[in-house]
Write a protein that binds this ligand. Structure first.
Ligand SMILES: C[S@@+](CC[C@H](N)C(=O)[O-])C[C@H]1O[C@@H](n2cnc3c(N)ncnc32)[C@H](O)[C@@H]1O
Length: 287
């Protein structure tokens, strides 16, 4: 007898009321703003989750969010509607500017202060951006004995951070500007890990992963930062939220430190005290 697979029941419809409720939960927690045109997108992203949880309707799902431990589900909800797209050396001009202009000056500053150079990758997703930063820093430090440096990689999504921490990427995704960096910073997987490259432990140790919602009350960063990459996340926030975020990032930088945002995200319309030094690169004045 051949086994027949039963057709899946149709996905429950996402009513306007349930959509508004979910969009509000997402906004309150993450500041990600989903407009009225995103209803079909949300229904598509959540259909599988409702099936997993055995929720027959979006009203059931909303009730689940409302009852303890709804917090955990709200985290999952945000992960499901977030865009995590990223890749190594995305927007490469930023990494060139970092290597050629920013690091040599930051270098002098940290030596004068007698401390390590600190970089924060503030919406790191699965980690490609944080490791791109780490590679540029490692290359910079190669000829500078005694220069200590760290990268903090953070994101709102625990799943993304777990991937960042693991540092394992399909070989096709590891595209680097210099071919020699592959052998220097990655190990090729064998057997079960065929087709996967893993960031070498020495480089992984330089990258600390921390769960940070950019709108949480305080950031658990112990020291001021020389460089902050906060790219391709502000586009999901509305202007009042971007205003708050930019002020907070300014405070997090040392005087003379640099903020990199995505090329599609200028600080236009935001009141700020930064000096723009390149497209999508801003510097906190030195004094
Ligand atoms: C498109 S990815 C950007 C990745 C990387 N910065 C890049 O430019 O390639 C956006 C990331 O922002 C994160 N995110 C969204 N809202 C956030 C928030 N309120 N706090 C921290 N991270 C957030 C998402 O989880 C996602 O991983």
């Amino acid at each position: 007898m051949t086994e027949k697979t039963l057709p899946l029941p149709p996905d429950p419809p996402l009513t306007e009321r349930a959509y508004r409720y979910l969009a509000e939960v997402i906004y309150r927690r993450s500041r990600i703003r989903l407009g009225p045109d995103r209803r079909a997108f949300m229904a598509g992203r959540l259909a599988g989750r409702l099936r997993e949880l055995g929720c027959g309707s979006f009203d059931d799902y909303c009730r689940l969010l409302d009852t303890p431990p709804g917090d955990h589900e709200a985290e999952r909800l945000i992960e499901l509607v977030s865009t995590n797209h990223t890749h190594f050396f995305r927007e490469p001009a930023h990494f060139n500017y970092l290597a050629e202009e920013v690091l040599p000056r930051a270098d002098e500053r940290v030596r004068d202060d007698g401390r390590d150079l600190q970089c924060w990758c503030a919406a790191a997703a699965s980690g490609e951006e944080a490791y791109s930063l780490a590679i540029v820093l490692a290359e910079h430090a190669r000829n500078r004995p005694g220069l200590g440096w760290q990268v903090t990689a953070s994101d709102i999504s625990p799943r993304m951070l777990a991937r960042c921490q693991a540092g394992m990427y399909d070989s096709g995704r590891v595209r680097l500007p210099r071919p020699e960096w592959l052998a220097r910073y990655f190990r090729r997987g064998f057997g079960e890990r065929e087709g996967v490259y893993r960031v070498k432990p020495d480089l992984r140790r330089q990258v600390t992963t921390t769960l940070i919602n950019l709108f949480q009350d305080t950031y658990p960063l112990n020291t001021p930062q020389d460089v902050i990459f906060c790219r391709n996340v502000m586009i999901y926030f509305d202007e009042p939220s971007r205003q708050i975020l930019v002020e907070r990032l300014f405070e997090q930088l040392v005087p003379g430190g640099h903020l990199f945002v995505g090329h599609a995200e200028s600080l236009l319309g935001i009141r700020h005290q930064f000096r723009q030094v390149r497209p999508a690169v801003y510097q906190r004045p030195a004094s």
